[in-house]
Structures are given as C-alpha cells and as structure tokens.
Write a protein that binds this ligand. Structure first.
Ligand SMILES: [Fe+2]
Length: 317
C-alpha cells in the first residue's frame, strides 16, 4: 500500500457494488490512520477475490479518485445484473443500488434522448429490476418502499417501471414479456424531453395551449423509440398509447378497449397511480387508498378496470 499525494480529490463509493471475480477499472483508496491522506487499497485491474470482499466488508468506507467517477459508473452499469443476483447483498440494498442506477440512467436518457450510447445502458438496468422481482417474492415490497414521492420526470419513469413490472409479474407475464414491458415503461414519457421545459415543470394547471403541447409526448416518444432502433410493437405501442382511454377520447390515436395494447393499458394504470401518490409543488400526495378510490370512481371508462383491480390485489397482499 502506498500513500498518495493530497492534491487528488476523492469521493466515497458504495462498497456493496464491488463484485467478486470481476476486474476493477478504477483504484480504490482508504483513509490512512491519521485520516489526513488516502492510501491506495486496490489497484485498478485487480480481480477482486473472496479475501478482498471480506476485507472490504470490514472497512467503513471506500473511496475513489474523483477522476475515476465515470469509470466507477461504468463498472456499476456493467455489473448491475450480477449485483441484482448476488446472494450476499440484501434485497433492500439491491433495490437501492438498482433504483439509483436506474435513476441516473433515465436522467441521462432524458438529457440525451436520441443517443444510442445512452440508450444501450437502459436494457441492463430494466433486466436487473426484472431479475430481482423474479428471484424473490418479497422484492416488490423492497422496490415499492423506495419509490420516491417527489416528482421529477425521471423519478416518475422509474417509479412507473417498478409498479408496471411488479404488476406485470403479479399478472403472470413471463420473463421475456416483463423485460419488454420494462423497456416500454422506462421509455413511456421519453417524448417529454421534446416538450417545452417550462410546461413540464409548471407549478399548476396547464393552459389549453400548454396541454396541447404536452399531449404530443406519446407520439414524440414513439418517434424517439423508432430512432433508437426499437422495433418491438409492444414497446412502441406501450409508449404511444399510454394516454389512450378505454372508452375512447384519449390521445394521440383516440383508440378504445382492446385496440389499446395490453402493455399500454398496464402502463396507463401505473402512470396514473404514481401521479396521484406523488407530491407536486402544487399538490400533496394522495394516500394509496384515496388514489385507488379516485381511480375506480372518477376515472371510470378511462383505465382498464381488470388491471386496476389487479393493482389493488397486488398492493394488499
Ligand atoms: Fe405520459
């Protein structure tokens, strides 16, 4: 171990993500005894073994050079599925790690909606959420617990994905269907990246003109998905039709009933549920009970009731 110069800057990292059997692509540091400087603990390109894992468990915090932040992000991204399947990480910890990763990937995607480079990070994150859900029946509980209740488009997207995937699993969809549904859910509001920022973040009710612009987002999202090379109709319709209504009158295609794809109907229900249970600057969050009541009583004809009922059963089991 060598002591390093003080001129570097360091940041702490989540030590739970260090994966046994995998090669590091950044250096790991520990504060030395006087805590006045850092010492090199593990070299970049070290293949972490069982002994390293034991030692890592014993130390309080691990640090990296801030210049390695991107390499660290890439490492977490690369190993997210291994982390999701790791036996030695608790379900709650996995849920937090995956949620944080999903949050940062989606945030990046909203800033660069047409970047293929960014888009390719989405699938492993979706797949890891599905892995967690399918691996452990209690996963849904852990994931639902951490859904943030402050509204940002990217937290909304990840929350809707978690509700959608939990509900999809509850409805008995298979792994392939869930992974596809998850992509549609993560991307369902990506079209909002093309809507004026002031409209997206307006504190209060939109004017008619603003709402007309807001209503373009499902079709814009569909267009972005095509540009990203997505061809699966279930993903494309999941994005395009999540604001269609069961009795018609939704947008952009004024469809009704079964003409709205199943994925779009599932996302539609979870979208409304998250919007109601989330805090906005102009409204307090509604409780689960109040939200469900409103969805059943007021949104009659809008949502697929079989799916609303499944959501109720899932939340109350
Ligand atoms: Fe939407």
């Amino acid at each position: 171990m060598s002591t390093t110069s003080k001129s570097k800057r360091y940041k702490s990292i989540d030590k739970r993500v260090i994966t046994e059997g995998e090669k590091l692509n950044f250096q790991i540091y520990l504060p030395n005894d006087e805590k006045s400087s850092m010492m090199l603990y593990l070299q970049s390109d070290t293949v972490v073994d069982g002994n390293d894992k034991v030692r890592i468990r014993e130390v309080e915090k691990l640090y990296i050079d801030v210049e390695d932040a991107l390499a660290y992000e890439a490492y977490v991204q690369q190993h997210i599925q291994t982390i999701a399947r790791a036996e030695d990480i608790s379900l709650d910890d996995k849920a937090i790690i995956v949620y944080e990763k999903a949050s940062s990937v989606i945030d990046e995607m909203f800033r660069n909606p047409e970047s293929l480079e960014v888009a390719k990070n989405v699938k492993p994150v979706v797949d890891s959420i599905v892995d967690i859900i399918l691996h452990d029946t209690k996963a849904v509980e852990s994931l639902l617990k951490i859904t943030a209740h402050d509204f940002y488009t990217h937290t909304h997207s990840i929350n809707v994905s978690i509700y959608t995937l939990s509900l999809g699993a509850f409805l008995g969809l298979n792994e392939e269907e869930l992974k596809t549904l998850g992509m549609a859910a993560v991307l369902h509001d990506i079209g909002k990246s093309k809507v004026n920022f002031d409209i997206i973040n307006k504190n209060g009710k939109l004017t008619e003109i603003e709402f007309e612009e807001m209503k373009t987002h499902p079709a814009q999202g569909h267009k972005i998905a095509l540009k990203l090379g997505i061809t699966d109709e279930r993903i494309l319709t999941g994005i395009r039709h999540h604001h269609e209504k069961m009795l018609g009158g939704g947008y952009p295609d004024n469809l009704s009933g079964e003409a709205i794809s199943k994925f779009a109907r599932i996302i539609g229900v979870c979208d409304v549920f998250d919007a109601l249970t989330t805090k906005r600057s102009y409204k307090d969050p509604m409780s689960t009970f109040e939200s469900i009541k409103l969805m059943k009583e007021v949104m009659n004809g809008h949502l697929d009731f079989d799916i609303v009922n499944a959501l109720i059963r899932m939340l109350h089991r």
